[in-house]
Design a protein around this ligand. Structure first.
Ligand code: XMP
Length: 321
């Protein structure tokens, strides 16, 4: 069934929150539900809707999958713990790196993450907790791009005809599926989430794995994680929609201390966009680009080259895989 969008202009946040809280309560009844919190605006909004509806009967997991950004897991845990949410960290680094081992094809990597997440981890957690529902923040852009065959977004399941009850042992509740990002931010503000959460640039569910071309190994994640920290520090105040660092598979010849260094290459992307459907590279100043190139080649071991992507979406996409 075609999902009807609720546009930013049409959205009445109070009515939306009331309706969705009522909907979650009625679907879950007296039971338990679980959800995965990455700390991005979508999962944060869903967590607060679920928390309002179910209180401690919503068990929220932050999955430490080894592919999150520097300090992210602990930072998100402490914000939501302070908000009174029943939140736990689930440690699963080895499971994710095991599933990603040897994979290079983008869609195979996405599929491995989806299976590890929904089947192995949440299948088990649901069974152990007695929950029957998984609450998640799938948004309209995720659904439309996946259904159009552009990219398999990790969280799109039933819209692809996947029977989650049969495959994973639980039903999925998706209260945000009629909204795009700007509308979700407005709901986040109305739910009184901290501004750093409801204004946070988007970050994909498959995390830093979407920013690594080729195999995702702990060492390669560490490289892109360090570059990401620098890019985020330098671009946070530029008013861009999203900004990221990508680790290329190619190696390039560079030089250090007068010697040849056949090293790695990081590409920076910084996007102006309204809702991720289309985008154009932000016109960054040379000064800003120069600082990032200096810092990345100085501070990220093994990187000898930094580039800036100047391609629009389409034909590019925002992430690299
Ligand atoms: P692309 O790369 O398709 O990204 O132009 C569009 C927007 O979606 C985010 N993105 C994802 N979000 N699961 C998510 O939750 C995913 O698998 C995924 N892939 C991309 C991306 O960061 C951008 O904001």
């Amino acid at each position: 069934m075609e999902i009807k969008e609720i546009t930013l202009e049409e959205l009445d946040t109070e009515k939306f929150i009331e309706e969705k809280v009522g909907y979650i309560s009625s679907v879950v009844g007296n039971g338990y539900a679980i959800n995965a919190l990455s700390g991005g605006v979508d999962s944060a909004v869903v967590t607060m809707l679920g928390h309002s509806a179910l209180g401690d009967r919503l068990i929220t997991y932050i999955v430490e999958n080894g592919i999150m950004r520097e300090g992210e897991v602990d930072g998100v845990y402490s914000i939501f713990d302070d908000l009174g949410v029943n939140v736990k960290i689930y440690y699963a680094k080895d499971q994710f790196f095991g599933a990603l081992k040897g994979l290079e094809d983008p869609e195979e990597k996405r599929e491995a993450i989806t299976q590890t997440f929904y089947k192995d981890i949440f299948g088990k957690l649901v069974k152990e907790s007695g929950a029957k529902h998984l609450l998640q923040g799938t948004n309209l852009t995720d659904v439309r791009e996946t259904v159009a065959g552009i990219k398999r977004q990790h969280n799109v399941l039933k819209q692809l005809g996947i029977d989650t009850q049969k495959e994973y042992g639980y039903k999925v509740i998706e209260p945000l599926v009629e909204l795009r990002k700007p509308a979700i931010r407005k709901v986040g503000e109305a739910l009184k989430l901290p501004i750093e959460i409801y204004n946070k640039p988007p970050f994909p569910g498959p995390a830093l794995a979407t920013r690594i071309i080729g195999e995702v190994t702990p060492e390669r994640v560490e490289t892109v994680r360090k570059a990401t920290t620098i890019v985020e520090e330098e671009l946070t105040d530029k008013g861009a929609f999203q900004y990221l660092a990508i680790l290329h598979e190619d190696r390039v010849t560079g030089m250090r201390e007068g010697k040849r260094d056949f090293g790695q290459e990081i590409q920076i992307r910084c996007w102006d966009s309204k809702d991720a459907k289309t985008g154009r590279p932000t016109e960054l100043s040379w000064y800003t680009l120069d600082i990032m190139a200096e810092r990345i080649t100085e501070e990220v071991p093994g990187v000898v080259n930094v580039t800036y992507s100047i391609t629009k979406k389409p034909p590019s996409t925002i992430e690299a895989i």
